[in-house]
Write a protein of this length. Structure first.
Length: 198
């Protein structure tokens, strides 16, 4: 199954000077867990911002998202309130245009997004870093089954999802098979622009 990208970014000049850190990866990779730990580690750093995603599916306990109805989502989309938005498995996701002001102010935005938006975001923002968080297929399947989220749909469909876009290639890949704390430290180092593989 392939995700559908829809982008609303129409700026001519790339937005900067701040950084846009895009965290991507398959379902079950542990993105929300590592992002939660990274957010806690960066809590005292006012230059690192973890914006809430807008979603049209039920939010789980491990996510800090803003759940809205499809009607509310479409109305905000019509008003141009989203910097980026995408659809996956029948659900809609977005990030507010407020991130643009944060990036213009020199801050680092960290967001869990679809791989399908990477190409457009690399064109729209001056400094984009893509971090892929992944794990072996058997580990992904186990994690998806364990979380038992009704909005996940068929596990097989989640595992088969692909994005064929050369611009979606990550700058950093974290294979999340060790302790969450260890991999979260790697993630924080990338967010802060430091060596992550030490």
């Amino acid at each position: 199954m392939t995700e559908t990208l829809i982008t609303t970014t129409d700026q001519i000049a790339a937005i900067g000077p701040g950084r846009l850190v895009l965290v991507v990866g398959p379902s079950g990779a542990g993105k929300d867990t590592l992002l939660g730990l990274a957010k806690a580690a960066c809590a005292d750093d006012g230059n690192v911002v973890f914006p809430r995603r807008v979603i049209t599916r039920e939010a789980s306990a491990s996510e800090e998202n803003e759940e809205v109805s499809i009607g509310t989502f479409q109305e905000a989309l019509t008003r141009g309130e989203y910097a980026m938005h995408w659809e996956a498995h029948g659900h809609h996701y977005a990030l507010s245009r407020a991130i643009d002001d944060e990036i213009r102010a020199g801050r680092t935005i960290v967001a869990n997004v679809s791989r399908t938006v990477i190409g457009a975001m690399r064109r729209a923002y001056a400094d984009v870093v893509v971090i892929s968080i992944t794990a072996p297929p058997n580990v992904l399947a186990e994690r998806i089954a364990m979380r038992a989220r009704s909005s996940d749909g068929m596990v097989e469909n989640r595992l088969r999802r692909t994005v064929e876009d050369a611009s979606a290639a990550p700058d950093v890949t974290i294979v999340n098979i060790s302790s969450a704390e260890y991999h979260a430290r790697q993630l924080v180092r990338v967010i802060k622009g430091e060596r992550w593989d030490e």
